[in-house]
Design a protein around this ligand. Sequence first.
Ligand code: ZN
Length: 203
Amino acid sequence: MNVEQVYKDSSALLQGHFKLSSGNHSEYYLQSAKVLEDPKTAKMLAVALAKQIKDSGIKVDAVCSPALGGIIAGFALATALDVRFIFAERVDGVMSIRRGFEVKDGENYVMCEDIITTGGSALEAAKQVEASGGNIVAFAALANRGFCSRVGNNADPKANCKLPANTPLFALDDFTFEMYAPEDCPLCKEGKSEAYKPGSRGN
Ligand code: ZN
């Protein structure tokens, strides 16, 4: 499956001059919500991701996602794996598991995001699951932004990858785009456009 083409076909791979949540600038932006807007596409991607996890032989009891971005991908993955789904959310900036979700001692969790960039939110949510007695047996995402090492590509993780090296990351593809600090951004230097955050202009 060509995941990049799936993103393009869903108008989810945007080209322009973007300000990422990290503050860096990029010519590309991934709008995973657009890919997951079509349940058939969400299911197709989740089934492919679930197959990787099943083929690895890892036993999974449940999937957890950090809200909000990971929820649809995580729910679709849990459906494909036929296991429970819970999510963690930020309350006053701190990742928490609420809403009556119960993590039982010794349960095996996959922590699922839509896209893994540095993995910061996934790691915070994973720590909450572990603090409640669960095990994080894998991380998963539709795509890996190329900072972390995923099963099957064996590239070394970059220094800014926050995911633990001893837990596998499953993803369908690598999306490696350049990111620039604002002062080094070639698009800014061109002077033809200003970086903007997708979603801030009604899109
Ligand atoms: Zn710029």
